[in-house]
Design a protein around this ligand. Sequence first.
Ligand SMILES: Cc1cc2nc3c(=O)[nH]c(=O)nc-3n(C[C@H](O)[C@H](O)[C@H](O)COP(=O)(O)OP(=O)(O)OC[C@H]3O[C@@H](n4cnc5c(N)ncnc54)[C@H](O)[C@@H]3O)c2cc1C
Length: 431
Amino acid sequence: MVSTIQLEQQKSIPLTNSVSHYQIVIVGGGAAGITTAAQLLRQQSNLDIAIIEPSQKHYYQPGWTLVGGGIAPIDQFIREEKDVIPQGAKWIQDYVTTLDPDRNCLTLAQGQTIEYDYLVLCPGIQIDWHLVKGLPEALGKGGVTSNYSKDYAPYTWETIKNFPGGTAIFTYPNTPIKCGGAPQKIMYMADDSFKQRAGVGINTKVMFCTAGTRMFGVPAYNATLEKVVQRRGITTNFQHNLKEIKADSKEAIFDVTTENGVEEVSIHYDMIHVSPPMSCPDFIKQSLLADEKGWVDVDKYTMQHNRYPNVFSLGDASSAPTSKTAASARKQTPIVVENLLSKMKSQPLMAKYDGYTCCPLITGYDSAIMAEFDYEKKVAPSFPLDPTKERYVMFLAKAYALPWIYWNRMLAGRAFEADVFQPLNQLVNRD
Ligand SMILES: Cc1cc2nc3c(=O)[nH]c(=O)nc-3n(C[C@H](O)[C@H](O)[C@H](O)COP(=O)(O)OP(=O)(O)OC[C@H]3O[C@@H](n4cnc5c(N)ncnc54)[C@H](O)[C@@H]3O)c2cc1C
């Protein structure tokens, strides 16, 4: 939680000599930031927009699951950031370090002050590797890996394909994470790969160790996933929160919640895929814009800040209580765009986000469940098919159609044009 003292300290930003002003400032040039800028400029090309993004490269992170599963090389999911910045937007290549919403300005790592009329915050989620003792040092060797970093996703596949047999652990932490299905997707592909190689599957024990109490938060999809783990013979350890990796002895140490309290349990691993703890980026947590848990404090329907009406947020950093995915960002963007443009004209905010999200849950090399749902945890399918069923066509959608839609439609601000799901519909009609 952010203390009052911290908030007091953050309130005032010393003004530097270098001050720039933009009508709209977007913090973060990832999935949400680029899509928002593109859609705003498609609606009104004369808007004065700056995108603040430190990275030279833009990553399609859902592809990292495919890299870890040996389906695609990492290069396939990387583009130059300059090539995705929409025409008409200015790219400021720097980190935001402090936010001063009372003065409508922020500061950058290099000392510049940026003033805005309207602010859109979408800096994504922060990976807190350091919260698992021994993990930062252990990663990338000795069978310790994670698809939650572009640097280690290739090592996941190296580890899986060379696995000689033993205990393979897949973890899920006790914090919100991006793409809550990703820790399972890689487990099912790994299990397939082990079973395809003579002598490996039979000598391997696959374990899902999760801090949660079930496989998935949406009952309709949870029921299917329970059958998947049963069919595969995967051991499920619920209420197991990974707290330490002892790389020398190949031990994973968990805090396990039982009826008698929390006890420490050590499990030997031969490989371990870690889904690390995550939180909102520190510069948000330490600002006046954070809620009590550190996320950008927005109205979950309008995506407008609850206390600063000229501030909006979307994507992983917002407090909207839905699953943190690029699919959520895709659906949140038109809401933010419409409401921001209304706000600029002093009109009421009419657009409402219903919490839609989608997690294409790969359940093997030839199947996936397209898990679409909303705030009510009700299934919200885009296709006229039972969404709780595993299907080959949904695996193809995840592996091929969705990356195409991301690069060619979503980032261009055209995710809602009539042809956006054309490649998917063609696949579905063949199913
Ligand atoms: C392994 C994995 C699998 C996934 N699978 C799926 C999937 O199948 N389907 C799906 O829909 N989603 C999936 N996701 C989640 C998806 O990638 C994210 O939810 C999505 O990228 C969120 O968009 P965003 O713009 O909020 O954050 P991001 O896309 O992460 O962008 C945030 C940007 O903000 C920038 N930034 C950070 N700090 C600062 C700062 N201080 N100042 C300025 N800029 C800053 C970052 O450099 C980054 O470019 C997956 C993610 C991972 C890692």
